[in-house]
Design a protein around this ligand. Structure first.
Ligand SMILES: [Cu+2]
Length: 159
């Protein structure tokens, strides 16, 4: 009885700590990176999509702001940061990005180098190869506090 009570008390704590500290090689957190599909296979065909991160007139955004893909299609995103601030490109469903964004309120300097997410310094480029294996509506967003809210969100529709 005593032990199970203790376990019940510790479980949420362990979960939170794990979320905050675990993660392959990077401090910060781990991801369930698969909400939008799967990491791509470089030996299979892919479509190239150029995405630019932009700032201006008090707004921030991605160009293009939306993308339509076929289920099973592989997309290689070439991501260019055309702004003056660091940004990131995190591909997931809305729910996961909102959860991740809440975590980034606490850890705003968290860096990403994951199959579904990259931090990109000003004027730098990064790449993601992704297979959209699930139908649905997903998003790529910058989860640095305030950026998604300022417009850094792109919609991906998988049919
Ligand atoms: Cu940003």
């Amino acid at each position: 009885m005593k032990i199970s009570k203790l376990a019940a008390a510790l479980l949420p704590l362990l979960f939170t700590t794990g979320l905050a500290l675990a993660g392959p090689g990077k401090p910060g957190h781990s991801h369930s990176a698969v909400s939008a599909g799967d990491p791509g296979d470089p030996k299979k065909p892919f479509r190239l999509v150029q995405v630019t991160m932009l700032e201006g007139n008090g707004t921030m955004g991605f160009n293009p702001p939306n993308l339509i893909v076929k289920r099973g299609e592989q997309i290689k995103f070439i991501i260019t940061n055309g702004g003056a601030l660091p940004h990131e490109f995190i591909l997931a469903n809305e729910k996961d990005n909102l959860k991740h964004g809440a975590l980034m309120q606490k850890f705003p300097d968290m860096q990403h180098d994951d199959p579904n997410g990259k931090s990109v310094e000003p004027k730098a480029k990064s790449e993601i190869l992704w297979r959209f294996s699930k139908p649905g509506i997903f998003e790529y967003a910058c989860l640095i506090p305030g950026h998604r809210e300022a417009g850094m969100i792109g919609k991906v529709t998988v049919k």
